[in-house]
Design a protein around this ligand. Structure first.
Ligand code: PLP
Length: 283
């Protein structure tokens, strides 16, 4: 996050709140350095603007020390830190937590209005898991596992994606951001992948503007032979999509590097079955 840009935005717009994922951000996997977190909290505090900190990936670092939260630099109660067990245990528990600072009352009122309360048995089970030390052991295991899966996914991408593809190397979490050659349209690639029952997120999903057209986000939450094959398929589709674009004159020129690959109509809409399979994929 560029704090000069944020400062400019605050001075020229009525900013009511700021939301960040400072640790292993989705989709880039980046971590905001401690000094930047402190500066961010100070900048917002100067203008009395609340900071909503989503720390949902904070427990999933591959390094021994957990990154700090921006809340650590908050002495005015303006930082609202929230997280959940969705990324570490299972999304189905629907259990998370919030440290609302001076907004406790409003947060409690909103929670009551939205769904009255979260089911007690799941909360009690998770509380027991935390108290027994089971959660810490589980975290140590999944951190290693995600580090390994991220490396396996990166290797698979390097083997099959078009030359010129750039890929993040996150130090936590399980999402990877791929920047493909400009001629590849991430949305078309996502649609073509859906026809093969493969879920990838197109880059344009992560912006309100028109950027990241040739980008996609991949998940490394699972690893298996099937996942490896799925990555190979996406790589083949990406090479093909560039070749097809070039063939139909829509591309940016350059050589076609997938002359023999299968023809896929990336523009056809997905079937209902494809949409159902896609929605089951872990994001
Ligand atoms: C950055 C981020 N925050 C929060 C959530 C959702 O968490 P929950 O399942 O607890 O609603 C997600 C899930 O996709 C996420 O990616």
């Amino acid at each position: 996050m560029n704090l000069d840009v944020l400062d400019y935005a605050i001075r020229h717009n009525p900013v009511r709140a700021c939301i960040v994922i400072a640790n292993f951000n989705n989709p880039l996997g980046s971590v905001m350095p401690d000094e930047k977190k402190r500066e961010l909290v100070l900048l917002l505090a100067k203008h009395g603007i609340p900071l909503i900190e989503d720390d949902v990936y904070g427990d999933l670092g591959f390094m021994p020390a957990r990154p700090t939260v921006a809340k650590a630099y908050d002495d005015r109660g303006l930082v609202i830190t929230c997280s959940s067990f969705s990324k570490t245990l299972a999304p189905g528990y629907r259990v998370g937590w919030i440290v609302p600072g001076r907004f406790q009352e409003q947060v409690e009122r909103l929670k009551t209005l939205f769904n009255i309360a979260t089911a007690s048995p799941t909360q009690l089970a998770i509380a027991e898991f935390l108290a027994s030390g089971g959660y810490d052991r589980h975290l140590r295991r999944i951190r290693r596992q995600y580090a390994e899966q991220v490396a396996q996914t990166r290797d698979a991408v390097a083997r099959s994606f078009p030359p010129g593809t750039r890929l993040t190397r996150p130090e936590g979490g399980y999402v990877l951001w791929a920047e493909l050659p400009e001629a590849v349209d991430g949305l078309r690639l996502h649609e073509a992948a859906m026809h093969e029952a493969i879920g990838i997120a197109p880059g344009i999903m992560f912006t309100t503007g028109d950027k990241y057209r040739s980008c996609i986000r991949l998940s490394a939450a699972f690893w298996s032979k099937r996942v490896e094959q799925a990555i190979e398929t996406v790589g083949r589709l990406a090479r093909c999509s560039r070749a097809c674009l070039n063939a139909s004159g829509e591309g940016q020129g350059g050589e076609s590097w997938s002359k023999g690959s299968t023809s896929v109509d990336a523009r056809a809409p997905p079937s209902r079955g494809d949409r159902r399979r896609y929605s089951q994929d872990k994001q």
